[in-house]
Design a protein around this ligand. Structure first.
Ligand SMILES: Cc1cc2nc3c(=O)[nH]c(=O)nc-3n(C[C@H](O)[C@H](O)[C@H](O)COP(=O)(O)OP(=O)(O)OC[C@H]3O[C@@H](n4cnc5c(N)ncnc54)[C@H](O)[C@@H]3O)c2cc1C
Length: 567
């Protein structure tokens, strides 16, 4: 085991900087100042190779001030005095899946999310891939929950009425040497991780399934269990289903402080009042380390690893019907899958994501140079794709810890705190299995304090909003008979009707911003990216809520659509 002085020497030798290493809460704590963010990350990675349970990286960069997390504007007493049995911090896929899993029990659940909707960070800024589970290092929590989550996804999507397709991955090798090394490596990992059906495929077989794949490949590996499912839709569906089963979701609600008596959380302070929960679940994504700090229980630091994705026009969707991934030596050694081409459940092709370290947790700008590298790497592998097909770019930041594995456990120090932290990729694919484990830990913890029994009337099905475009002519006509607004198209690119938008506004978690409606209906996701329909959607929100147009936002906070009235 590396001692603190060994870690210290290694870091100082590598960076030529004065870094202090100490032990805190079973983790290595790093302090000092360096010249760049890359050096901060390198120091953390060196420390992570030790047997300490985590790395607290407090190293700063000369001249770099990092912003605090974005907070809601609202300050009121909406949840003051609430005493939920369980308080979940974070409304991403993880918090929402946990809320739904726990809503099977007769307990009071409060989920707080600092943004104006669920799924506004990692959980809507990813590829929506339900990875098969080959890539995570064997023996990690990532490998365990990914494989199990993948198996659970189809049934979950069916219950919640979210589109899911098991489309498989073709890993393509562009040289015979890489093919031999890569195939042996992936087949052995698949075996160790328990992923079924992974096998070698010939060029002929690949071309039969995917006729537009470039001729310039040496062969591949097929992973049949890869699935795709829209991540924002799944997150909304889980949260809605939890609400239908009695959970409360409080949006625009940020946890600002945590108060304890001895080793027990007694009060959680938010901008909407103080809450007094029996159990707290930390599912705060890139800010899960901040929540740990508030609870006086630091043992890890999140270093946001950015990923950028390009979305291609649906009219090129017919050129691919699976996930393809190009293998390089870097991919086999690195922490991420290096990106590829993904046919989404909705029919578009996604390109990416990239993966690089940078200090900002909520900076979703995209970088032209990196995006070009991603496109140049992937597009040539499918004949007929080119950069002119890109309709938009997006980015997200993965919640990576220096140990690079998930943290799914009860706090060792705070008796009523549970961690679901460091949930970077493949966190989406793993989410159903993670939720099941957190359900088990939470119920076990609660049972020490109260009687907990399963609900007899748990509603596992969710109907959701009808997707008119997918219905037959007769089914559409029947709906239009019931509500004429289903016959009025608002988003022309994605063929979304006014009726669907009204459904979103009046759903269990009301969609009151342009992006919240987009996540639920796809209005604004097509070629024109909302150029035509955004004003119409804003007007419908105005009519339904009585809000003034000037107060309607794209995504909450101060993202107002209009600056001021002119007439
Ligand atoms: C570019 C990219 C591509 C990816 N692709 C895939 C993929 O294809 N497949 C896959 O399996 N995984 C993928 N991932 C990983 C996956 O997106 C994440 O693992 C998953 O979304 C994590 O969900 P979460 O709920 O933990 O985090 P989040 O979705 O980030 O949710 C955390 C929530 O906590 C809230 N919060 C934070 N602090 C507070 C506070 N103080 N008070 C109240 N609320 C707070 C935040 O606002 C946020 O909404 C990808 C990630 C990225 C960035």
């Amino acid at each position: 085991m590396n001692t603190l002085s060994t870690i210290n020497n290694k870091i100082e030798k590598k960076l030529n900087s004065n870094i202090t290493c100490s032990e805190e809460n079973g983790a290595v704590k790093l302090e000092g100042e360096v010249k760049s963010w890359d050096e901060v990350v390198i120091a953390g990675q060196i420390a992570a190779k030790s047997k300490y349970r985590g790395v607290i990286n407090d190293i700063t960069v000369k001249g770099l001030d990092l912003p605090a997390f974005t907070k809601p504007h609202i300050v009121d007493k909406a949840i003051e005095g609430k005493k939920p049995d369980v308080m979940i911090i974070g409304g991403g896929i993880i918090g929402s899946a946990i809320a739904r899993a726990l809503s099977k029990w007769n307990i009071d659940i409060l989920l707080v999310e600092k943004e104006s909707d669920v799924a506004m960070h990692q959980s809507s800024r990813n590829d929506g891939m339900v990875h098969p589970g080959v890539n995570p290092h064997s023996g990690t929590l990532k490998a365990k929950y990914n494989v199990k989550g993948n198996e659970m996804f189809k049934q979950l999507a069916k219950e919640l009425n979210v589109p899911f397709r098991r489309i498989g991955t073709y890993v393509l090798f562009d040289s015979f040497v890489i093919k031999e090394i890569g195939s042996a490596y992936l087949l052995s990992k698949a075996k160790k991780n328990g992923v079924k059906g992974v096998r070698r495929v010939s060029i002929k077989e690949i071309k039969k399934a995917e006729p537009h794949i470039n001729d310039n490949i040496a062969g591949g590996i097929y992973m049949p269990t890869t699935g795709v499912c829209p991540p924002y839709e799944m997150t909304v569906a889980l949260a809605e289903n939890a609400v239908i089963n009695g959970a409360v979701v409080s949006l625009n609600t940020a946890v600002l402080d945590i108060k304890k008596y001895k080793d027990n959380i007694t009060e959680v302070v938010t901008n909407r009042g103080s809450v007094y929960p029996k159990v707290v679940i930390n599912a705060a994504g890139v800010f899960s380390d901040k929540i740990a700090e508030m609870a006086g229980d630091r043992f890890f630091t999140i270093h946001p690893r950015k990923g950028e994705i390009a979305l291609l026009d649906k009219n090129k969707g017919n050129l691919l019907d699976s996930v393809t991934s190009i293998v390089s030596t870097k991919l086999l050694k690195g922490n991420t899958k290096g990106g590829g081409l993904v046919k989404t459940a909705e029919g578009n092709i996604l390109v990416g994501p990239s993966a690089y370290e940078q200090p900002y947790k909520e900076d979703y700008s995209t970088n032209r140079k990196i995006m070009n590298e991603v496109l140049d790497k992937n597009l040539p592998y499918v004949k007929g794709l080119n950069k002119g097909d890109v309709i938009t770019y997006l980015s997200g930041t993965r919640a990576a810890t220096y140990k690079e594995d998930f943290i799914i456990e009860k706090s060792q120090k705070v008796s009523n705190l549970i961690y679901v932290a460091g949930i970077q990729s493949p966190g989406y694919a793993s989410s159903p299995a993670i939720a099941e484990e957190i359900e088990r830990i939470t119920i076990e913890t609660l049972k020490k304090e109260m009687k907990v029994i399963k609900k007899v009337n748990f509603i596992k099905q969710r109907k959701g909003i009808p997707n008119l475009k997918e219905l037959s002519k007769d089914e559409r006509a029947e709906l239009i008979q019931k509500r004429k607004e289903y016959g009025q198209i608002i988003c022309r690119c994605e063929e979304v009707s006014k009726g669907e938008i009204l459904d979103a506004i009046h759903s269990p978690i009301p969609a009151l911003t342009i992006d919240a409606i987009k996540r639920r209906t796809r209005a604004g996701m097509g070629r024109c990216q909302g150029g035509f329909c955004s004003p119409l959607v804003a007007d419908i929100i105005k009519q339904e809520t009585g809000k003034e147009l000037i107060d309607i936002t794209k995504k909450g906070g101060d993202s107002y659509l209009l600056y001021k009235a002119t007439k």
